[in-house]
Write a new protein. Structure first.
Length: 107
């Protein structure tokens, strides 16, 4: 995988430049700086967040949100970490409930 956009830490220092091939050493450095995500070069997978949300009907979204809320009923949804976990749980639930996306067109 290659970096799709410069990875910059909070003070503005560039940690990895666009196009850099990511190695295990890069992953260790990114973790040490607290970087959890980087943009990857290439097309987005067909099952990305925007695609999932666009394919879900309001009824499916309501059902998924209710399922996730039940799982997290003892957690504080206002906490940023919990809110992110809930967002990811919603996406995971959508992946399980929605039919797979159509394959990309052949080149």
């Amino acid at each position: 995988m290659k970096v799709g956009k410069d990875v910059v830490e909070a003070s503005g220092q560039v940690l990895l430049r666009t196009g850099t091939e990511i190695t295990e050493k890069h992953l260790r450095v990114l973790r040490s700086w607290g970087i959890q995500q980087v943009e990857i070069e290439g097309p987005k997978p067909p099952d990305n967040e925007d695609s999932l949300l666009a394919r879900a009907t309001p009824a499916v979204l309501d059902r998924v949100h209710a399922t996730v809320a039940t799982r997290f009923r003892h957690a504080d949804p206002a906490h940023p970490g919990i809110a992110e976990l809930m967002r990811l749980a919603v996406l995971d639930e959508l992946r399980q409930q929605l039919p797979p996306p159509p394959p990309p067109p052949a080149p």
